[in-house]
Write a protein that binds this ligand. Structure first.
Ligand code: NAP
Ligand code: G4F
Length: 347
């Protein structure tokens, strides 16, 4: 049994990771930041487990980070805390840097000062690459951050690598490609689509308003990726590792798959800001589509969701990590979409 400390435990990944660690009989210290409303909903299923402790903390506060690390004396620290929305980072660049970049510095410095034997995991990201060309990305691909979020995460990535080299800390950068689940934040594109579809089926809204439908992402399931994080920090081989499915789909593909799941076939018409998706056919499934009409416009473009710069394509090659750990994703793209649709429609 080891002691794991998770910064960002109330988020999508933090909650799956905490569940996984408890299933392996570890002691889990979940750090939540202060908020005016309840922010532990994703931890509801495990909150009363005897091996979990939920403590207040904030990575923007040096004293808070130092106290947690010095008092808990963890064996492992996983830094999942972030302002994790790329679009929002264009509007809140300084705040994003405080949390995502300097927050990581605070944790690394605390580990350096209090216990250099702690194993540290940094939630790095495929956004570091910028995704401007058609290449499949691996650990040797060059970085080209295209948002304040990615720039902050690049600082954190370099620092994590540098503390390994300078101070022999056992640090890992998990360079994870996009991963989703029913616990995904509501303003990321996949969850926005599955929640939007649910509202359309219930007759609450007619359409979903989105930005760039051409973006291509390597979408995996958060549960599989938390398993990868756990295996990574137990590798005894500190380093930088890509975690990806290797498959790539567009936002348009995600829309088609989600609507197909409920028996609706879409047709995309128009282009640019005038592009729309309309209902072409309906077929029988377990889902009720009586509130949806043939020819109804169910997807529209709203330029408010365009970013000053976007990342056109992210597709990863995780061979290095797979060969070392034996990890591979278990949940397919189709299964991921189906699970998210089912969850949101039932909600
Ligand atoms: P998420 O759902 O947005 O969770 C982020 C977590 O960070 C939440 O628990 C949040 O708390 C916490 N947090 C934010 N600011 C904080 C602060 N100042 N101090 C302490 N905690 C703070 O993100 P996720 O999807 O689980 O991703 C986990 C990590 O992996 C993030 O660092 C993200 O950037 C990175 N990443 C994600 C993906 C992906 O596709 N999901 C891919 C690559 C890398 P609240 O619950 O109170 O908001
Ligand atoms: O779902 P997204 O907001 O995810 P994005 O930007 O790829 O970032 C996520 O994955 C990263 C890993 O690659 C993480 F590091 C990061 O923390 C986060 O978890 O957007 C995906 C794509 C983008 O190209 C965006 O422009 O979808 C496009 N998109 C189109 N319409 C939209 C929308 N994105 C959002 N959020 N909302 C829209 O309406």
């Amino acid at each position: 049994m080891s002691k794991y400390l998770i910064f960002g435990a109330t988020g999508q990944d933090g909650s799956y990771l905490a569940e996984l660690l408890l299933s392996h009989r570890h002691e889990v210290f979940c750090i939540k930041r202060r908020s005016s409303s309840i922010n532990t909903m994703r931890l509801d299923g495990i909150i009363n487990h005897p091996s979990i402790k939920i403590l207040h903390g904030d990575v923007t506060d040096t004293a808070s980070v130092m106290q947690l690390i010095s008092q808990i004396k963890p064996d492992f620290v996983l830094n999942l805390a972030a302002q994790s929305h790329v679009g929002v980072s264009f509007n809140e660049p300084e705040y994003t840097a405080q949390v995502d970049a300097i927050g990581t510095l605070r944790i690394l410095e605390s580990i350096r000062l209090f216990n250099r034997n702690i194993v540290f995991y940094q939630a790095s990201t495929s956004e570091l690459f910028g995704g401007l060309d058609d290449k499949i990305l691996d650990e040797n691909s060059s970085f080209n951050p295209r948002s304040p979020y990615a720039a902050a995460k690049l600082y954190a990535y370099q620092l994590t690598k540098m503390y390994r080299e300078a101070y022999s800390l056992q640090t890992f950068n998990g360079i994870l490609f996009n991963h989703e689940s029913p616990r995904r934040g509501e303003n990321f594109v996949t969850r926005k689509i599955t929640m939007g579809l649910s509202n359309i089926l219930k007759g609450k809204f007619k359409s979903i308003k989105l930005g760039n439908l051409d973006a291509l992402r390597d979408w995996g399931h958060a549960k599989d990726y938390c398993e990868a994080m756990y295996q990574m920090v137990n590798l005894n081989k500190p380093g930088d590792y890509i975690v990806a499915t290797g498959e790539c789909y567009s936002v348009r593909d995600f829309l088609n798959t989600a609507f197909q799941e409920v028996g609706i076939k879409l047709k995309f018409v128009g282009s640019g800001v005038l592009e729309q998706a309309i209902v072409m056919e309906k077929s029988k499934t377990d889902y009720n589509t009586e509130n949806v009409a043939i020819n109804q416009v169910v997807v529209e473009i709203d330029p408010i969701f365009f970013r000053p710069l976007d990342v056109p394509k992210l597709q990863g090659n995780s061979q290095k990590f797979r060969e070392l750990s034996g990890w591979s994703p278990k949940i397919t793209f189709r299964e991921l979409v189906a699970e998210m649709v089912k969850y949101d429609v039932a909600f």
